[in-house]
Design a protein around this ligand. Structure first.
Ligand SMILES: Cc1ncc(COP(=O)(O)O)c(C=O)c1O
Length: 400
């Protein structure tokens, strides 16, 4: 192997890395190990489905689409017909006027929040909102204020203080919080927003595929789609593909296509990615009639996942761990173990025993709120769930 001599890192960056090491929160990339999966976002097992892979490939073959890359931005050469086709599918399935595909949920959020709220407007966001929304807000010229996590009172209080003349108010929350697994009372959030003429935006990244009939997500499960200004759905989590879309009115789509920089200045998704999303939505659409998809049938997969979520919760009830777990009915379950060192140690011990459970360290979460995050899947067995929780009980006893 050749050793290339390259320029040193600037000193300021070296100091920052050193400080990360000292506070036990240096991030590093690891090769995937074949452990029992309690960490991926592949809640329904779609990412590794051979049937979906084959069907996506077949769609490309049937249409004679022999193209590896998109070749450009959607506004230039990259607007493959599959984009508009998938967007039509999404609009129909999610009961909205338009769906605008972005390359990722990160891109969708920075695109939306940097472009939509204007100078003089106000963005109110949950204090635990995802980093992609925070980054979008930072790029925006609007003022922003956070409200307490899932707190209607806190939102209501701030709304009373920020009613300025001529300003639009945007309220953003998540249908399922990525680092907590819990959900806001969206019915009440929507009512407060209606009362205050605020525009509600809901990020459904961890809800689509998991919640609602055929995986439509929580907004539609609650029949709130007409009261939500925009929904961000992502394909890389429960749906096992890649990419994202913003759901909203036709006017919103026209605005995003003209002003969302993360939509405009980037190469579009490849035809293969679009074909995969197309086939996955076919499965969602087919629903209970999808016998030809075997275990992939959405109802079947959702039901298995829901059973595992219930089983996980019932197992926690039997242990002393209940107090440290954040209450959740989603696929994400978090157990707070304060301190980067402690939480890392336990995650390493679980990994040594064959279970892929990851530690979420500060600064990703607040100091003293470090946690282990268990992602549950359709394919986890009851034995795996019981065993990992027994090991957790043993290991936590040693550190508390
Ligand atoms: C709530 C939320 N929104 C958006 C994203 C970003 O989505 P993507 O992974 O498609 O960039 C994530 C992923 O971590 C998320 O958890």
């Amino acid at each position: 192997m050749s050793i290339f001599v390259l320029m040193n890192l600037p000193k300021k960056l070296t100091i920052k890395l050193k400080s990360r090491k000292e506070t036990n929160c240096l991030r590093s990339l690891k090769a995937p190990a074949s452990l029992v999966d309690f960490s991926s976002n592949d809640y329904l097992g779609f990412a590794k489905s051979e049937e979906i892979f084959d069907k996506a490939h077949q769609l490309l073959v049937d249409r004679n689409i022999k193209q590896n890359g998109a070749t450009g931005s959607r506004l230039l050469s990259g607007n493959h017909l599959l984009n508009t086709e998938v967007e039509a599918l999404l609009s129909d399935f999610h009961q909205t006027q338009s769906a605008t595909i972005f390359n990722s949920g990160y891109d969708a959020n920075i695109g939306f929040f940097s472009a939509v709220p204007q100078r003089g407007d106000v963005i109110l966001y949950d204090e635990f909102i995802h980093a992609s929304i925070r980054d979008g807000i930072q790029l925006s010229n609007a003022k922003s204020f956070k409200f307490k996590h899932n707190s209607l009172n806190s939102l209501d209080e701030i709304l009373k203080r920020v009613q300025y003349d001529n300003s639009d108010i945007y309220v953003v929350t998540e249908a399922v919080f990525s680092m907590d697994g819990d959900s806001p009372d969206l019915v009440q959030f929507s009512k407060i927003c209606q009362k205050n003429k605020a525009f509600l935006i809901v990020d459904e990244a961890h809800a689509v595929g998991v919640f609602g009939k055929n995986g439509v997500g929580i907004v539609q499960e609650l029949d709130l789609q007409h009261h939500v200004f925009a929904r961000i759905i992502t394909f890389g989590k429960g749906l096992g593909c890649h990419g994202a879309a913003i759901l909203g009115s036709n006017d919103l789509q026209q605005y995003l296509v003209n002003f969302a920089r993360s939509f405009i200045y980037t190469t579009a998704l490849s035809p293969h990615s679009l074909a995969t999303i197309n086939r996955v939505y076919d499965i969602l659409n087919v629903g209970s009639d999808g016998s030809d998809f075997g275990w992939n049938c959405i109802e079947n997969s959702q039901e298995k996942l829901q059973k595992n979520i219930q089983f996980f919760n019932s197992e926690i009830e039997k242990t002393d761990l209940k107090n440290i777990f954040i209450e959740s009915n989603s696929a994400i379950h978090c157990c707070v173990i304060a301190g980067n060192e402690k939480v890392k140690l336990i995650s390493e011990q679980l990994q040594e025993k064959g279970f892929d459970v990851r530690a979420i360290l500060s600064p990703t979460v607040k100091e003293n709120q470090e946690r282990l995050r268990f992602c549950l899947h359709r394919y986890n067995s009851k034995e795996e769930i019981s065993e990992v929780l027994q090991l957790l009980t043993t290991f936590t006893k040693k550190v508390f």
